[in-house]
Design a binder for this molecule. Structure first.
Ligand code: PEP
Ligand code: MG
Length: 318
């Protein structure tokens, strides 16, 4: 197994018939970027910035954040680094953020909703990200988006910060890409409109599955409904990719499904451009992609997408 995987280090990520995709990594700490490099990741598809805010009793300063983002950008040496802005809510205990206990934290005051109400906190993160963008190919990703207005508000904040940085004579990437994490049914329904204003999409299948199926994963009684193989979820994924492709933007996936060898042929057939997986899954995922041909993937997708139950889907995917 190890030897087989070794075979795929340093190789391009492409199907047997030569369709290239990007194979990048999910990370949680700047030091994890080393693992991404060691495992031959072609960039970072999801840097979860929550770690910077957790296990401490005060806000990380702009300088601390800047250093963390810069470190990852530099380690990746010009390869794409998608940094997700703060995705935190009432399910986590971060005392200095002033979050209250909520009965339904996953449907509550979290992620971009929190950040747009606490612009004082969000401003600092966005400024640190913009400053770090001078040191590599940083892209900004907005979590838990439900509509175009949220994306517009983030872009307006970024524009204001850019004007400030210009005044201060601080370097940053004026063309920094701002993309949307596609992980709510609302974003899926609005994907056509979002694709006109987002620089890229990244599908967060972990949350998209839960929200689409209206299931709390932690609840054993309904956990059986939590499945990315459910045709409802597959249709959501397909729609998001199609809407993104129609507007010519990159569509990636950073949820667990991106590394699922059963789903990869489908994702290729739908036209997914980027697969973001844990560092340890990079070479395995590259192998799975290399074993596919687009004709086979498309034939498989045709069969799967007429299924109307999860059971039917799994009968085909095995
Ligand atoms: C997701 O929701 O699929 C995702 C990648 O983000 P997280 O697991 O951090 O919510
Ligand atoms: Mg998520």
């Amino acid at each position: 197994e190890k030897a087989l995987l070794k075979e795929y280090a340093g190789k391009p990520s492409q199907t047997k018939d030569g369709v290239k995709v990007e194979l990048v990594c999910n990370i949680g700490k700047p030091a994890d970027a080393n693992k991404a490099v060691e495992c031959d990741g072609e960039g970072i598809g999801l840097f979860r910035t929550e770690f910077l805010f957790m296990d401490r009793d005060s806000m990380p300063t702009e300088e601390e954040q800047f250093e963390a983002y810069k470190e990852v950008a530099e380690k990746m040496k010009g390869k794409p680094v998608i940094i997700r802005t703060l995705d935190i809510g009432g399910d986590k205990d971060v005392p200095y953020l002033g979050l209250e206990h909520e009965d339904n934290p996953f449907l509550g005051f979290r992620a971009i909703r929190y950040c747009l109400q606490r612009k004082d906190i969000y401003d600092i993160q966005l400024k640190a990200l913009l400053r770090a963008s001078a040191f590599g190919k940083i892209k900004i990703m907005v979590p838990l988006v439900t509509g175009v207005d949220e994306l517009r508000q983030v872009k307006a904040m970024i524009k204001d910060i850019m004007a400030e940085l210009d005044k201060e004579g601080v370097a940053y990437n004026k063309n920094i890409e701002v993309g949307v994490m596609m992980e709510t049914p609302a974003a899926c329904m609005m994907a056509d409109a979002l694709a006109k204003e987002a620089a890229f999409f990244s599908i967060g299948t972990n949350d998209l599955t839960g929200y689409t199926m209206a299931v709390d994963r932690g609840n054993a009684k309904v956990a059986y409904l939590y499945s990315t193989y459910n045709p409802a979820v597959l249709r959501a994924i397909k729609r998001i990719i199609e809407c993104g492709k129609k507007e010519g933007i990159m569509v990636g996936m950073c949820g667990e499904a991106a590394a699922d060898s059963k789903l990869i042929p489908l994702l290729l057939a739908f036209g997914l451009d980027e697969f973001s997986v844990s560092a340890t899954s990079v070479l395995k995922t590259r192998k799975t992609i290399s074993d596919c041909t687009m004709d086979e993937c498309k034939a498989l997708a045709d069969k799967v997408m007429v299924c109307v139950t999860e059971e039917e889907v799994l009968e085909i995917l095995g």
